[in-house]
Design a protein around this ligand. Structure first.
Ligand code: AMP
Ligand code: ZN
Length: 136
């Protein structure tokens, strides 16, 4: 993945402010930080999205997110921490190398997220859940 910006960070070819790394993940400061302490946890292997993670990588990603979130809690004392992870353009992904945002939050920090609740009937939930169970 020669031209992937996060692969370049993993390989140390471009600068990054690294907070933590282990065998499978690296956590670094988001260059476009929304709030102080905004970090990204990226997979070391190039996988585009969460669908591309095997169980081991998925577990390692969330373990690192939890670790750096605990550090952010200690250091910055945020009022909350959001975890944000986008897969695909329609979901807001702009860098197509899987990563998790760990974002310290404060009241009225300007972050907005609309959640257009549809309240579908139980039958609709049952139908899609049955399809999903069959796919697992
Ligand atoms: P997403 O929209 O979830 O794909 O987010 C991509 C994030 O990567 C954005 O928040 C960018 O600010 C961040 N980003 C892009 N390039 C770099 C870089 N070289 N170093 C650190 N963060 C980056
Ligand atoms: Zn990559």
């Amino acid at each position: 993945m020669d031209n992937c910006v996060f692969c370049k960070i993993v390989r140390g070819e471009i600068p990054a402010t690294v907070v933590h790394q282990d065998e499978l993940t690296v956590a670094f400061m988001d260059i476009g930080s929304v709030n102080p302490g905004h970090m990204l946890v990226a997979a070391k292997p190039h996988v585009e999205n969460i669908q591309g993670m095997d169980d081991r990588l998925a577990a390692a990603m969330f373990r690192t997110a939890a670790r750096v979130a605990r550090a952010a809690e200690q250091v910055l004392h945020p009022q909350g921490i959001s975890i944000y992870q986008a897969n695909g353009k329609a979901a807001g992904q702009t860098v197509f190398h899987a990563h998790i945002h760990v974002l310290p939050r404060w009241e009225n920090d300007g972050m907005e997220f609309t959640w257009p609740v549809k309240n579908p009937p139980r039958e609709a939930l049952e139908k899609v859940a049955a399809q999903l169970r069959a796919a697992l």
